[in-house]
Design a binder for this molecule. Structure first.
Ligand SMILES: [Zn+2]
Length: 330
């Protein structure tokens, strides 16, 4: 008996790479995860190919053919030439590679590569909180801060693949320098790395700060989850950092609502779980910046993400591109 053809969706992360065989309805039938640098530094492309081969074999053993491959990578991708950009700090060996063409040749199937949060936005749109919407913006604070934009049923990629890099737009125009080269970026205030670094800066010179004690006295052991936990327990330093994160997110929500007024904004990524109890506070901050009538028509939802969501996003990328190549919309 022949079963439905599946999409292979791959999420390449700085630490873990996950691949899944996914139906056109978004169900993950096979999944496998490996350490991105399992085979050593600089060998991620070989690891991705092996992982894809293994997942394809498992899908075929169950009687499914593979229709196409979608891959999300942690950096911008130039859509006009299908080449990964030069800035992939966590998986530098992917920089400049035409991975889609390589995978298409290797597996004899159409293959598509895009920024991981662009793929995530397509996944939320097709299978998740944004199903049925024509416009949505995904804000994904994790270690860094990714984002993706779907407007009028089109993924916004921009001229060089930087469309949707909202994590590195300023929320404080005279703010401190950011690791991206800009200053005052949202990522400095609301990403996992930014929150941890902001807390470290605040406890410097405060040897008795409870947050520092909670980290065993080692500022390097301060992480974003620890900061959120300490804030819930009433720690003043942690509360100030979390309040600033909520204000920064509120300012970005204001910019997105006033600038694009999408039907939906999804806050997801590794930090999202810590944001769930802060939803009212974040929305209150957003109301300080957004037009009231615009905010009233944009639904904001917090959806803690996981690797499975990312795999479905990569599969959604393949579905989206196949439809586009056929001249239609998914
Ligand atoms: Zn930045």
């Amino acid at each position: 008996m022949t079963r439905d053809a599946l999409l292979l969706g791959v999420d390449v992360g700085g630490t873990t790479t996950a691949a899944g065989a996914v139906t056109r309805e978004g169900a993950v039938l096979v999944e496998q995860r490996v350490l991105t640098h399992r085979d050593g530094k600089g060998r991620a492309p070989e690891t991705i190919i092996e992982l894809l081969g293994s997942v394809r074999e498992q899908a075929e053993r169950r009687g499914h053919a593979v229709e196409a491959i979608g891959v999300g990578v942690p950096g911008p991708v130039d859509p006009t030439v299908g080449r990964i950009g030069e800035h992939v700090p966590h998986v530098p060996e992917l920089a400049g590679r035409a991975l889609a063409a390589e995978l298409a040749e290797r597996f004899g199937r159409p293959a598509f590569v895009d920024n991981d949060v662009n793929a995530l936005a397509l996944g939320e749109w097709m299978f998740g909180a944004g199903r049925g919407a024509h416009s949505l913006v995904v804000l994904a604070p994790g270690t860094g801060f990714g984002a993706g934009i779907v407007l009028e049923s089109r993924l916004v990629r921009g001229a060089a693949g930087f469309g949707g890099e909202l994590g590195h737009t300023p929320v404080k125009f005279d703010g401190p320098p950011c690791w991206c080269g800009g200053r005052g970026c949202l990522a400095l205030y609301a990403s996992g790395r930014g929150i941890a670094e902001a807390a470290r800066a605040r406890v410097a010179g405060l040897p008795d700060a409870p947050l520092l004690t909670a980290a065993g006295g080692d500022p390097r052991a301060i992480t974003a989850p620890l900061v959120f936990r300490a804030a819930r327990e009433g720690d003043a330093v942690a509360s100030a950092v979390v309040d600033e994160a909520c204000r920064a997110l509120g300012a970005m929500l204001g910019a997105v609502v006033n600038g694009l007024n999408p039907e939906l904004i999804v806050l997801t990524g590794g930090v999202a779980e810590s944001l769930v109890p802060l939803e009212a506070q974040i929305l209150q901050r957003a109301a300080e910046y957004a037009f009231r009538a615009a905010l009233a028509r944009t639904r904001v939802t917090i959806v803690p993400g996981d690797k499975r969501t990312s795999m479905r996003g990569a599969a959604a990328l393949a579905i989206y591109e196949i439809a586009r190549a056929g001249g239609g919309t998914p």
